[in-house]
Write a protein that binds this ligand. Structure first.
Ligand code: HEM
Length: 123
């Protein structure tokens, strides 16, 4: 499946389910919990959701609100080493398990996030 077709398969609802399942796990996490803005988690959840929706064929709300993603630069304030990257992916893998998206959509999404999370390592 092409990346741009994923939105038409899982829709807003599929992305919302995945990202909500991820952010539900963040506050409890000893490594990642402290990195995320606890008072602004809802907006953080929306930023990741809108970014993925834009990247995988949906409306470009992320770009309208945040401009060019510059994701590596936006992550510089956070200390992301291999352990933090692996934990992020671990929470995301649990979120995938919970969201139970169609496998033909899950596979490219997971591959993209595995690649991008490694790219985000800055320590
Ligand atoms: C490798 C481990 C990662 C860590 C520890 C991490 C951590 C964070 C933190 C603490 C924020 C700030 C929350 C907020 O206020 O929005 C953030 C923002 C964000 N992250 Fe990550 N992140 C990681 C990987 C990723 C990956 C793989 C993606 C997607 C490809 C991603 C996409 C985003 C987006 C879109 C934002 C919002 C950027 C903005 O518009 O300000 N992150 N991340």
């Amino acid at each position: 499946m092409n990346d741009a077709d994923i939105y038409s398969v899982i829709g807003e609802e599929g992305f919302a389910r995945l990202v909500a399942a991820f952010y539900r796990r963040v506050p409890e996490d000893d490594l990642l919990g402290v990195m995320y803005p606890q008072s602004d988690l809802e907006n953080a959840e929306r930023r990741l959701r809108d970014f993925l929706i834009y990247r995988f064929g949906g409306p470009a709300r992320y770009i309208e609100q945040r401009g060019h993603p510059r994701l590596r630069a936006r992550h510089f304030p956070f200390r992301i080493d291999q352990a933090a990257r692996d934990r992020w992916m671990h929470l995301m893998n649990n979120a995938f398990a919970e969201a139970a998206l169609p496998i033909e959509a899950e596979r490219p999404l997971r591959e993209f996030l595995e690649h991008m999370s490694t790219f985000m390592i800055n320590q």
